[in-house]
Design a protein around this ligand. Structure first.
Ligand SMILES: Cc1cc2nc3c(=O)[nH]c(=O)nc-3n(C[C@H](O)[C@H](O)[C@H](O)COP(=O)(O)O)c2cc1C
Length: 174
């Protein structure tokens, strides 16, 4: 899909066709896009768990604390992104410049996943709200989970994006 179209199409989808699974080939292409995403010092301080079936349901349930994200357990695929240690050069930069590159890198990784999903005709939603303990138990890790991404064939219609205007977001200099 043309890039500008892709950016327009991608949105947070929260209603999925529970009868329709996602083809393995599509997941493979989404993961390959994520693998090629850039990161500080090329450190790739993340790991992604691709969950289907009962694990996906349990991961989804872990995102529903306090009545939030009720749709999460209905997604056929959920990707959990966990944090891995920074490589030495990125850790040095992070300390010197007081900038947690891992959050930045994981955000970029997640955005590649959601854009690649849109390119495959799939809906997605990034979730930052989850019960860490339940989530770790569901995927069997002691790593720190940072984001969950739901994937599925969406039943949501396209929504107009609500964003701050360019004058608030951008300053052009020179
Ligand atoms: C880091 C992050 C965490 C988010 N967490 C949640 C969440 O827990 N539940 C949810 O429904 N949406 C979540 N979202 C989706 C945002 O609400 C959504 O991206 C934003 O409102 C803009 O809407 P759009 O994605 O449809 O363009 C999250 C997005 C990001 C980037």
């Amino acid at each position: 899909m043309e890039f500008s179209r892709l950016v327009f199409e991608r949105q947070s989808d929260r209603k999925y066709d529970s009868q329709r699974n996602i083809e393995d080939k599509k997941i493979d292409r989404i993961l390959e896009a994520a693998r090629l995403s850039p990161s500080a010092c090329n450190g790739q301080p993340y790991h992604a768990y691709v969950c289907r079936g009962e694990v996906a349901r349990r991961v989804g349930e872990s995102c529903t604390k306090m009545g939030m994200n009720k749709f999460a357990p209905t997604a056929p695929v959920l990707i959990v992104i966990t944090e891995r240690p920074l490589v030495a050069s990125a850790a040095f930069g992070a300390r010197m410049l007081k900038n947690d590159y891992r959050s930045v890198d994981i955000g970029i990784f997640a955005s590649y996943i959601t854009l690649a999903a849109a390119d495959e005709g799939l809906g997605s939603c990034i979730l930052g709200w989850f019960d860490r303990e339940k989530l770790c138990e569901a995927i069997g890790t002691e790593d720190t989970p940072r984001l969950v991404i739901t994937l599925g064939y969406t039943l949501d219609g396209h929504r107009e994006k609500k964003r701050a205007g360019g004058e608030e977001l951008f300053t052009r200099l020179g």
